[in-house]
Design a protein around this ligand. Structure first.
Ligand code: URA
Length: 210
């Protein structure tokens, strides 16, 4: 991927995102939409995966057919909201390895604090896709990518549902080599670090918490 920011303008993605933004959408509907939209975003984020070929025998004849090259890719979810994006991606890429990074946002400083980290081995040889629905201040995304680079990852992409200009700028400054794929770039953050117009707290909306 060459562009730092890709906005997936596919009509299905945009339609589903509007339903997710609606405050009257129920937890169950929100979760189902997130699963569907994450599969569509995964299609975009994996568009340029490298292929090789292998011999297969069709019922008609032999041929060299395309297959994905290299090690299985790794998904890394930023807990807890990132987990909502996993199922949709795993439907498309069932053999992906999955890691988890736990970062909570200190509500006073808006800075991320790490409380959990479990990553697949061999990150240096894998495409690593970091998933988090909301790229807001960019603090947790930058911290998660810092951590992944320290663990050896060199080929990282970031997939989210909504991005704020502040978060995109922060990621571009800290990690210009990490392309971002999102369904929309919203207006701005409010003084609590929430995206406007956004969709509210993604974790609360997908898990039905408050
Ligand atoms: N996290 C969320 O869940 N929503 C926002 O708007 C920003 C961060």
């Amino acid at each position: 991927m060459t562009d730092h920011l890709t906005i997936v303008t596919h009509p299905l993605v945009q339609h589903k995102l509007t339903l997710m933004r609606d405050k009257n959408t129920s937890t169950g509907e929100f979760r189902a939409l997130l699963r569907e939209i994450s599969a569509l975003l995964a299609y975009e984020v994996t568009r340029e995966l490298e292929l090789t070929t292998r011999a297969v025998e069709t019922p008609m004849q032999e041929m060299d057919a395309p297959v994905l090259k290299g090690k299985k890719l790794a998904l890394v979810s930023i807990l807890r909201a990132g987990n909502g994006l996993l199922d949709g991606v795993l439907e498309l890429i069932p053999s992906a390895r999955v890691g988890f990074v736990g970062l909570y946002r200190d509500e006073a400083t808006l800075k991320p604090v790490q409380y959990y980290c479990k990553l697949p081995e061999g990150l240096e040889d894998r495409l690593v896709i970091v998933v988090d629905p909301m790229l807001a201040t960019g603090n947790s995304s930058v911290a998660a990518v810092d951590l992944l680079k320290a663990a050896g990852a060199t080929n990282i992409r970031f997939m989210c549902l909504l991005a704020a200009p502040e978060g995109v700028a922060r990621m571009k400054e800290a990690h210009p080599d990490v392309p971002i794929v999102t369904a929309a770039l919203d207006k701005r953050l409010n003084d609590k670090g929430y995206i406007l117009p956004g969709l509210g707290d993604a974790g609360d909306r997908m898990f039905g918490t408050k």
